[in-house]
Design a protein around this ligand. Sequence first.
Ligand SMILES: Cc1ncc(COP(=O)(O)O)c(C=O)c1O
Ligand SMILES: N[C@@H](CCOP(=O)(O)O)C(=O)O
Length: 470
Amino acid sequence: MKYVSTRGLAPALGFSDVLLAGLARDGGLYVPETWPSFSPTDLSALAGKPYDEIAFTVIRPFVDGEIADADLARMCSEAYATFRHPAVAPLVQTGPNAFILELFHGPTLAFKDVAMQLLARLMDHVLSKHGRRATIVGATSGDTGGAAIEAFRGRASTDVFILFPKGRVSPVQQRQMTTAADANVHAVAVEGTFDDCQAIVKGLFNDHRFRDRVALSGVNSINWARIVAQVVYYVSAALSLGAPARKISFTVPTGNFGDVFAGYVAKKIGLPIDKLIIATNTNDILARALESGRYETTGVVPTQSPSMDIQVSSNFERLLFDATGRDGEAIRRLMDGLGQSGAFTIPAAALGAIREEFAAGRTSEAETAETMRQMLAEAGYLADPHTAVALSVAARQGDSATPMVTLSTAHPAKFPAAVEAATGVRPALPVWLGDLMAKEERFSVLPNDIGAIARFVEARARAVGERVET
Ligand SMILES: Cc1ncc(COP(=O)(O)O)c(C=O)c1O
Ligand SMILES: N[C@@H](CCOP(=O)(O)O)C(=O)O
């Protein structure tokens, strides 16, 4: 299977190269040239299987033989053995047809672990096989960074630099990034927003000389492997609820659009998904774009769900690519518009195609807090603020015979202040993370300046001087 760039000008690559490339060299994002297909019989055969076996089967056609089956199966098994729940991603029923998919049982208590634990193993495998190293630079609004540092720390083949917006992540999230003692991981507080951090990462990828000098790789959801690993839990959840014999709907707390895009991919490969609902906090560019057809950035407002405080949603480009009939030139035009004026208008046909697949809703800060309170009072369920955003949007969908699965993307203990303010209950960190808040922090503070970040990375990256062809 080959992967093509959404902007149409970068070479098509196989899975291993896409895994290391991060962003395509034309600034676009890689997507498979065609969607693999799972028949109802293929899907039924997975029902009741352990999570890692479902992962292996779903991911295998995307890897297309570039990694030996035995290695891929081993990496899936090792990655999901790090989770503290035997089901990996369990479902909790909270109403007659309402379910919460808990994705936070991994090492850093966020759904990012699901993809990151596998991604680190895949990258290490491919790099070691070719005797290469890579420099990873990632941007985080809080969770990707901790998950990446946990998954990559101590690995000989990679140096990891994580840019986070200074003062805009929760204390638990910050400490998950700043307390790892391993020499190959570097947490950097940037004086800016998540969008600034993400723009710097993309800017570094688009500086081809820098990119080649440090053998730059990415672990954000610009990396296709992140998306494909997230497809798996849509499949496992739907199978548990009776798919493929019945349709299932999902509501997804959304920021960078990676998670809900993985749901779209699950549908494309054959999973019978009814509705895919994008839930946003007051940083509601996606909800506005679906309503009006105008994708228009405004300033980012800090909320109690900080990991979703995002305006420029990277993976929306992947959806636009499909919705425009895979027209790379159209995507270049739209993205140029975004770069120049912070906005673009979604072509009418593409908007129609998007509206057929997705619905969207936004939630105010008061509604998020009220949802946390209500869920505890009425269902006995303590939700984190990101999950609450989605629960609030899901509740507005009305009763339906179709099961609605709301994705729970973080453990409430990552956001104790917001949860306590809404519910009166202060969630404690699991005992195995108990000393996190007492550990010594180690991080650098840098200005919102791509030059300063590039110099910082180059001074510390061990892959400098090696050239990796992608
Ligand atoms: C806890 C949490 N929920 C939801 C999201 C939004 O997910 P996505 O960026 O894939 O849309 C994020 C960040 O990505 C997150 O960390
Ligand atoms: N919410 C994310 C933002 C980065 O998203 P990614 O999925 O592209 O890595 C975070 O927690 O960092």
